[in-house]
Design a protein around this ligand. Structure first.
Ligand code: AMP
Ligand code: MG
Length: 331
C-alpha cells in the first residue's frame, strides 16, 4: 500500500474511533413525557433517528389522546383488529392481570377518565359514579383471539402502565440492529440500558426520591436492564387538602393506598418491568414480595414504604448503593 493511502486510512479509522467514543444524544417529547436517549457507536446518530421514529409510531398506536390511534378506535367501537405490537401488549397485560390478582387491569380506563386523568379537569368522583364505572373494570371480560379485541359495553382499555416499558425494550432492539454498542435511554424517568460505554464501564442509574428531595434513593450500576419506577408523585392533584394520584387500585376505584410510595422494577424485559412497577405499587410490599418469590429470576425490585423503609431483592446486592439504610428481601 502506498504511504499516502495508509495515512488516509489511518486517519479515517482514528476519526471513526473518536466518533464512537463520543456519545450522541437525542431528546424528544412523546407519550406525554420527555425522553432522552444517549448512544455510542459509529452510526449512533442514524440509530437514534430510527429509534425516535419507532417511538412516534408506537405512540400513534396507543395514545388514548389521539382519536385515530388503534386503542382509541377499539375504545370507540368496542371492537377492532390489533397490530402485532398491540397484540404483544395485550398478551402481557392479560397474563399480568392473572399473575397480580387483578392489580394490573388495562380496563381501568373509564375510571381514569372519571377522575379526569385523561384530560385537564381532575376531580374526585361521587360514590355512585365510581360504583357504576368500576362495574365495567374487569380485564377477564375482554375477548381477545390473538387478532381481534372485543370489549363489553362501557369498557375501555389503556396501556399507560406498560407502553413505555415496551417502547424502551423496542428501542434497545432498534439501536442494537444499528450497531450501537452502548446506550442509556430515559422515557420520562423509565430507564433502559444496553452494552457499555467505550471504556467498558457500566451505566449508573439513580432512583428518584418520591418527595423530590435532593439526591437519590440509591444508585444501580448495571447494564442490559430496564429500571422502571412507579410512584404516586408522578401525576396527581389536590382537592380539599387531600392528594389523589394516577395509579388506581382496581378493587376500590381509588388511588392505590398500599403503604408504598415508590416501586422500582429491574428486569431485562422493559414491558414486564413497567407492568410490574404499576401492579406492585397497587399490591403493596407483602404481596409484591410473594410475587417476586414465585419468579425471582425474571425481575428484581426496590421498594420504599410510607415509613421510609427501603427494601431491595437479594440479587440487586452488589449493584445497588445508597446513603440510606436498606433491608434485603431473600428468596
Ligand atoms: P405507571 O406510570 O407505569 O405506573 O402507569 C400509570 C398509568 O397506568 C396511569 O397513568 C394509567 O394510565 C394506568 N393505570 C393506572 N392504574 C392502573 C392499573 N391498576 N392497572 C393498569 N393500568 C393502570
Ligand atoms: Mg408501569
Amino acid at each position: 500500500m502506498k504511504k499516502w493511502k495508509l495515512i488516509i486510512l489511518t486517519g479515517i479509522l482514528l476519526l471513526t474511533g473518536c466518533q464512537s467514543k463520543t456519545p450522541v444524544t437525542k431528546e424528544l417529547f412523546a407519550m406525554d413525557t420527555y425522553m432522552t436517549m444517549t448512544a455510542y457507536g459509529k452510526d449512533a446518530e442514524k440509530a437514534l433517528d430510527q429509534a425516535a421514529a419507532e417511538i412516534r409510531r408506537l405512540d400513534q398506536l396507543w395514545s388514548v389522546g389521539q382519536e385515530k390511534s388503534e386503542v382509541s378506535q377499539i375504545n370507540q367501537s368496542g371492537s377492532g383488529p390489533v397490530s402485532p405490537e398491540t397484540g404483544e401488549l395485550m398478551d402481557l397485560s392479560l397474563s399480568l392481570y392473572e399473575a397480580t390478582d387483578g392489580a394490573l387491569d388495562i380496563t381501568i380506563y373509564p375510571v381514569m377518565d372519571l377522575w379526569g386523568f385523561t384530560g385537564k379537569d381532575r376531580k374526585v368522583p361521587s360514590d355512585e359514579e365510581l360504583e357504576q364505572t368500576l362495574a365495567k373494570v374487569d380485564a377477564s371480560r375482554i375477548r381477545y383471539d390473538g387478532q381481534t379485541v372485543t370489549l363489553e359495553e362501557g369498557q375501555g382499555i389503556d396501556f399507560g402502565a406498560v407502553a413505555k416499558g415496551y417502547t424502551s425494550g423496542r428501542v434497545m432492539e432498534v439501536l442494537a440492529e444499528n450497531g450501537v454498542t452502548g446506550a442509556l435511554i430515559s422515557l420520562g424517568g423509565n430507564v433502559q440500558c444496553m452494552g457499555t460505554k467505550p471504556d467498558g464501564s457500566l451505566w449508573r442509574v439513580g432512583i428518584q426520591k418520591p418527595d423530590g428531595g435532593e439526591g437519590y434513593l440509591g444508585v444501580l450500576t448495571l447494564t442490559d436492564k430496564a429500571v422502571i419506577t412507579s410512584g404516586g408523585y408522578e401525576r396527581y392533584f389536590e382537592e380539599n387538602g387531600k392528594t389523589y394520584h394516577h395509579i388506581i387500585d382496581p378493587s376500590t376505584g381509588f388511588p392505590a393506598d398500599s403503604g408504598l410510595t415508590s416501586v422500582t422494577i429491574v428486569s431485562e424485559e422493559g414491558a414486564l418491568a413497567d407492568g410490574l412497577s404499576t401492579a406492585c405499587f397497587v399490591m403493596g410490599k407483602d404481596k409484591a414480595y410473594e410475587l417476586w418469590k414465585k419468579s425471582p429470576d425474571r425481575f428484581d425490585m426496590i421498594l420504599l414504604t410510607e415509613e421510609g423503609e427501603l427494601y431491595i431483592t437479594a440479587p440487586l446486592q452488589g449493584m445497588f448503593t445508597s446513603d440510606m439504610e436498606f433491608s434485603v428481601l431473600e428468596e
